[in-house]
Design a protein around this ligand. Sequence first.
Ligand code: ADP
Length: 521
Amino acid sequence: MVSSGVRSDEARISLPNNPGLRLIGFLHGLFGLLGSSGELPQILSRFLGDLGEYLQAEGGFLLATTDPTNLRLLAEFGAPFTEEAHDQRAISAFYDELIRKQRPALADGDTPEARSLIGVPLVTEKRLIGVVVFFRHDRLPAFVAEDIPLLSVVAQPLAIHLENVDHARVTSARRAELEAILSSMEDGLLVVDQMGEVLSFNHSLERLSRYSAAELYGLSWEDLLSTASRHFETFKSFTRALRDGQEFSARCPGSLKTNDDQEIPVSVNFNTIVEDKGTITGGVLSIRDVTLETQVDRMKDEFIANVSHELKTPITTISGFLQMMISRDMPRAEMFPLLEVLKGETDRLHRLINDLLELSKIQAGRIRLSLRKFQLEGLLKKSSRALRVRHEETHRLSIDVTPVRGMILADPDRLTQVMVNLISNAVKYSPEGGMVAIKAVRQGDWWSIAVSDEGIGIPPEALAQLFTRFYRVNENQTAGSGLGLFITKEIVERHGGRLEVESVEGKGSTFTVYLPARGPL
Ligand code: ADP
């Protein structure tokens, strides 16, 4: 036992005495550092420290460079390299050798802190990555040419390591950029392989399709998308292009089949992925939800049908009545009620045409306000009077303004239009005998003007769309274009205000206009 213990001790002691093994052991430890986990600055400091100690240097540093004029300190060890040391003349020739000629160099410094310098360039494939420099004070002997090979041996793996770290940093920055772009996209994005199987996708696709990421990986794009028969050919061409490795790009409408069995109308953009050598490695599908566009299209169609009907009804009445008056020799007294009807019908036509003109003005951004200061109560009374002919026999109306003589800076004609729209809706969508209450209150710099009715109310699910142009809760309700509230809201917002609605189905609705009392903000 004793003898074996002695042998093992001898073996351990003999290592440092063997310079070759000692160097191998040292290099092994040093390169091992590069592969260790941890932050780069810490790894480099330890690397430099171990190497400096081995070289019996007083201090050292590692400068990284993207171009020879731009060097930045990446790590240092031991005594600092002073400003004076940097300024000495010998240094510039030393750097010239290291950086421009990319060769190891030795130098005798002029300052006691850096009497002797040794350095190596860090080069990969002719590209300079940085330099490593060590220095000794004047109490130690100067570095010698024999110290250079060790530094050169160390320089190459260090250069490769720094380049790899840089590559990894750039790659991860690119990946992060790409991920940020993909996840900020509203369109769903699907990447498929040549068999059409899902390889990757963005968050929008998960959200749109309501599939989890794990579920999506098991699908092919054809499990997710379908199309009308007239677009089958595009779908088939994409599958063929993927399989046969042909370039392909097309857009066509389709439906996205969601996890909860819904069909979302979408527009699909197909593209094959072409790699450097022209090889097709898969495809990308960008999928846009066109639900809203489809809805607007449908509303427009309904609107055209509706407007045609709205135009035709009064014109039929007007022409019928006129015909009657022409063909019969009517006494004046009998004519009166007919003339009232004719007036009502022409008013109706007038309103519709005005709404259409307003819509086109809004869309062209051509609504101009003509601001004036006036008493709000007067305007509310005038607006309700404009409607009186139509509602006074059927509805009760109240106006309450606090403070009574309160002023507002606004466009009086436009505000009248807003009030007429809201009051006439309150009348139109509430039964005979109902109460329509207008209540205006000034609070600080704001007026709130609420128009409440005891009418049919609005279902909660319709509230979000109420101010969209052409939107009508129920097409068959009463005559209307679905433009009034849209126009009202636009005018209110042009004044710097807002329009809100509260409603209980079957009980009634309150539309409240909030306006800045001192004019648009
Ligand atoms: P229109 O009355 O011409 O249809 P609007 O834009 O003025 O168009 O109104 C849009 C829809 O909002 C109406 O079709 C109706 O369904 C609903 N609506 C508006 N005001 C009221 C109200 N006071 N009570 C109930 N429903 C209303």
